[in-house]
Design a protein. Structure first.
Length: 167
């Protein structure tokens, strides 16, 4: 039988010490828990070897990922057009000049959600979907939120171009 040393956080150690009599054999508890965890991992690996080969699965997931990005870009365009149609002239002008990039031309994650004029709108719109929701990290946008923002900006710019010579 091979022996392993095990470390636990102090808070857990205190709880173990307080319930030592009720817990019984700690080695058996840890052994059973690890055996269960390993069994579940092995079962998962077996399922991966099932009917479909990994190349087919990966190809399908790549296709779905591309479609999801397209969907978020399209959703951003729809939301951007809806916003532009209802916006005041001043806000429309501001949004037309809005750039979520820093001076170096790279995406600046702090700009979008912290913008004084559009930040609250962006936060509300992105929080409505769990895949774009910035959650507690309002200093960064995930790939879905960035695609949505790209679509939103494109729609606002197209709308401004369409109406610019008419107003």
């Amino acid at each position: 039988m091979k022996k392993f040393n095990l470390s636990v956080p102090d808070a857990l150690a205190r709880k173990i010490d307080a319930r030592r009599d009720q817990l019984g054999n700690l080695s058996a508890i840890f052994r059973d828990a690890l055996a269960d965890r390993i069994r579940k991992q092995e079962e998962f690996e077996e399922r991966l070897k099932g009917d479909q080969d990994m190349e087919t699965i990966i190809a399908r997931l790549k296709k779905e990922k591309t479609q999801l990005r397209t969907d978020y870009f399209s959703k951003g365009k729809e939301d951007g057009l809806r916003w532009a149609k209802a916006a005041s002239y001043k806000d429309l002008e501001y949004a037309g000049r809005f750039e979520p990039e820093g001076r170096d031309g790279l995406y600046d994650p702090t700009t979008t959600l912290h913008d004084d004029v559009l930040g609250h709108y962006f936060i509300d719109a992105l929080e409505a979907d769990p895949l774009t929701d910035p959650g507690y990290d309002e200093d960064d946008l995930n790939e879905h939120a960035k695609k949505w923002l790209d679509g939103w900006l494109e729609a606002v710019h197209q709308f401004r171009q369409e109406i610019s010579d008419k107003i």
